[in-house]
Each structure stands twice: as C-alpha cells, then as structure tokens.
Design a protein around this ligand. Sequence first.
Ligand code: TEU
Ligand code: CA
Length: 631
Amino acid sequence: MFDRHRLLLFIKRAGTSCPPLDAPTSCVDHSPVKPPSLTTIALALAILAPMAPIQAETPAPAPTLINGYQPTWWKEAVVYQVYPRSFKDSNGDGIGDIPGITSKLDYLKKLGVNVIWLSPHYDSPNADNGYDIRDYRKVMAEFGTMADFDKMLAGIKQRHMRLIVDLVVNHTSDEHHWFVESRKSKDNPYRDFYFWRDGKPGPTGPDGKPTTLPPNNDPSFFSGSAWQFDPTTSQYYLHYFAVKQPDLNWDNPKVREEVYSLMRFWLDKGVDGFRMDVIPLISKNPAFPDLTPDQLHNYGNAYANGPRMHDYLQEMNRNVMAKYDVMTVGEALGISLEQTPLIVGDNRHELNMIFNFDAIRSNRVGRDFKPADLATLKAIYTRHAEVLDTHSWDTVFLSNHDNPRIVSTFGDDSPEFRVPSAKLLATMLLTLHGTPFLYQGDELGMTNYPFKAIGDFDDIEVKNAHKANVVTGKVNEDVFIANLRHTSRDNSRTPMQWDTSTNGGFTTAAKPWLAENPNYTQINAAAEVSDPNSIYNYTAKLIALRRVHQAFVYGDYKDLDPENKSIFIYTRTLGTESYLVVLNFSSGPVAYTLPTSLKVDSLVISNLDTTNLITSTLNLAGWEARIYKLQ
Ligand code: TEU
Ligand code: CA
C-alpha cells in the first residue's frame, strides 16, 4: 500500500539516524537535520512514484455515532468477574480451577453476560492469591495447565463470549526470576528492574550497632513500611503491597518491553483484553521523598498518577493495544473522577475505561465501615455523568474480590429483603451509564460471611493488619473482627454456592481452601436457575433488556430526585426512546408521586409482582424496583 506518510517521513529522515518507525522511544533526533537536497527528494519521488499509482486515500467512513458515542463492543458488554480460586473445583483438591470454570460456561451463557474477567490465573506462590505473579506465561499449577486454559478460551469463544485477563505489572512476586536475579547483587542485570535504595541511618541498636531505617515513610497497603531490608545487598526494596510483591521499575525500558511482550503473548492466544491491576501506581517519583502528613492520610492518591504514568500508558497503547481489537479497564486506585478523562478520553490513546473507587468505597471511612447512604451514591453517579462526556466511557460496579458482598453492603441481606434488594441492585447496575461489571455469586444474592475469629480469614491484608493493630494492642480484637465482617475482602472470596450438596457443590474435597458460607443450603445456583422468579433469572432478563434497548447503553442519564433519601429515580433517554427507573432503597413502603411532566407508557419489568396499572403515585414496597417505558 503506497504510504504517503511513510514517504514524507522517509524523505524527512533521509540522512538522519533515528531508530525504526515504531520504536517505542519517541524519536528525539538531536542532530541538526540537514534538509534533504532537492536532488534527494526528486530522486526519492522518481524511485517511488512510478512504483505505486497515488490513490486518493478514501477516508474511513465516519462511524455513525449513537448519541455522540462511538459504538464499540466493550461499551455494550456486560462483564462477569470470575475469582478462579473460589469458582468451581473440578479435581477435588478444595481449590477452584480452570476446568471448573469451563464446566460452568453454559451457566454464564444462560445468564447473558458476554465478557468474562478472569482474576489472575498465572503461576504464583499465592502470597496475595495470584496478585503476586512468578511466571506470566505459565498457568498456576493449582488452576490447571495451558491446555486447560486454551480449552476454556475456546469454550468461551464458541459461546460468543469474550475473555479479559488480569494484568498485574505494578509488581511481581519476589519469586519471579527477575527479582531472584535482582536481589543477588547491585550490578545484577536485573537490579534496575526494581527499586533498591539505601536505608537512612537509624538509632543505635541495643547491641550498640548502628541500625538503618527505611528510605522514606511510605506505608504499605498491607500494613507496615513499603520498604523491605534485604541483607544480601544491605539495601531496601519497594513493595507497595506485600513484602512478597516488589514493585517493578517502569522507568527501565527493558521492564516495559517485557510487559508489552507478555501482553502480546496472551493477546496472540486470542484473549480479548486486560483488567489492569493498580495501573496508576506504575510511575514513581524516583527521589521517593517522605510523604507529608496529609498524604499519609490517603497515601493511595500520593502513589498514583506519577510523573510518567500517562507516557507509559500511551506507549503501552501504541505498542500493544493499538494493534489488537481489545478492551482495557484500569483499576484506578488513587485516581479522582476529574483525572479520569486524562486516562480514558478516546483522544488520549491510553485505556478504554477505569474503575474509580468512589462509589464502591462510599461505605468506608478509611478502613472502617460506615453504612452506605443513597444520597452519597446518587451524587457520585450524577458527578460521573457531569464529568465524563461522550469521549470518556465509564464503568458501573459495586463489588469485586477486594470488597464485601453487594447485597450485604448496599442492599439488605435479611431473609425478608435479601432477594428484592439483590434484584434492585442488579436493576441499578444494569441500567446506569457505563459498562456493568458483575461479581461471581452476586447473581445468586450471596451474602457476607459470619466471620468469628482471625483464624477464619485467609487474606494477607487482614493477617498483616491483625499483627499491626491487634497483636500490638492498638485495636481491640472484637472491634477488629466486627469491622471485618462488613469490610473484609474474604467476604466475597468464599466459594461459589452451586447446590445444597456438601460444601455447596463447590468441591468434593472435605475442606475447601476457604470455608463455604453456611447459608448455601438456602442460597445456591441450582435453586436460582430453576426458579423463574429468582435473582439469577431476573438478572438474565435485565441483561436481555439492555441488549435490546440501547437507551440503557448510550442513553442520557438524569437523576430526577437527587435529594430523596430513599428513592433513586432516574431516566435513560436515547432519541425518542426513554425509560424511567424507580428504586426504593428502604425496607419500608413508599408512596412516590411522579413529576407531572412524566408520561408513563407501560411497566417494562419489576422485581416484585407489581400491577402494571399506570398511576401518578407509585406505591412501592420495601426494596421494590420498577422500570417503566415513557411515552
Ligand atoms: O487491589 C488494589 C486495591 O485497591 C486493594 O488492594 C485495596 O487497596 C485494598 O483492598 C485496601 O482495602 C489490587 C487487587 O485487586 C488486589 O486483589 C491486590 O491485593 C492488590 O491490587 C495488589 O495486587
Ligand atoms: Ca481444584
């Protein structure tokens, strides 16, 4: 194909020594470019022109925008997150695995989701359940083999679904070959793959010997300092998460090329994209100054958005994503809503979308639980609609493997209201603006776990916090455990509840890796799938509705009553098609009078068998949800 751009560049470059065109480093050519002589240009033209007749480049037809949005598959997707360790055990070792996932693909297809996000499946010593990777091109032995992975991927494709995998490249495992080499000596070729720094002089030890202190006061997300002293070279290495999760030095171009190459490895296998773990943390301030007291309050924000973050995301896009039809979603710890368009703006060529933590952590004060309140949640969604325009796509989620169960946190998991409130939350997630992400088990209304003691937990975040706060006497054990019953990540990591058989049908082993929630006898997939009025089948109807009516994807969003403390009422409008969503977030009945401007046409769906009598006042039962079509 005659590439005019290439010719001009060729002409421009004639006589300059820049690296090949798509070389990663932006070609900064400092040598004074002697303009190519006229003879050179003429010569180049003479050589090239006769070769390829100049065809006027037929500009690609302008994509037909929908309500100003460029339609794409990942905007119309409904994503289901699988936490492989807890989904389905196929070989009786008590640990979920990939053949277990493959055996349940029809269950997911029937639900109607069309993209599966697989939490890490790579070789790992599981210090943080796979978010500590030892080999990026190898499947975790407990989860199966590469052949199992390929079979699962083929099964997903056969069912016209897609797969995105977890990209964990802010840090590796300390057992990864790169780190094993890096810690050997200061001049090891891999030394600069990580951050090594000298300690600061500390007080004289009881043995009279000088001690050292960490290079700065950076805390780890998993308690303690973010620096670990390594006696081999008497230096400290950085780990924002666990000691066994050293941070990669992205300022080292070799590190970046290694990352791009492993991404290509999985994309060339047919994977459709990545969920990128704590991706805003990849660029650090190499001076590592101490954090100020303010920054220490929310050090996630201090660690995020480093000096080269955007450069590296754009370079990654140029080198990898731009060459594939992929979906990318960044887990954007420390990124504000206002900063979001700089990462997801379609003219930025970085990521397609991100997870902001504002809504999902709206039930927290620091690490402490506080009941979620509707007004805060609504204000967050209205803010998203104001800040993110048609060039910045959004995500919608209120649960994942790092947060407690959605029905227990934002709904009401009491026997009377667990089902309606789980259905109401599904109604909200699947009708708000942005790509919805559902977490395994929420389609069954799975609840938080009745943790009683520290021994019930598996999560390193909990165990480290227990050592740092309870063992040191700073926090009372009961207070600590009580808070975790509302906040712990292990609430959503209890094994999937498939049926009423032992261990909820998750495993035939005597003991699963983490205890099954004892309420599996009432709450399980077998019961849900066979009950037409179940949360599972209601969610399937909502997903089908979203697939048919693009108003729920590209339509404008408008909160009609932002101040209302118990009713969430909003419209989604696309052209002449408009829907009204009414959600009663309280357990009490509410008589809600609709604004006279609203002309209701018909009831589309509700989570309680409501009359479809159209009245101007809606008598809503506790946790009732309705969707109306407007005239
Ligand atoms: O999570 C980052 C993150 O936001 C959480 O760790 C959160 O900070 C923590 O739970 C505080 O409550 C990602 C992964 O999703 C998580 O599972 C990993 O543990 C972490 O990164 C490190 O890879
Ligand atoms: Ca297994």
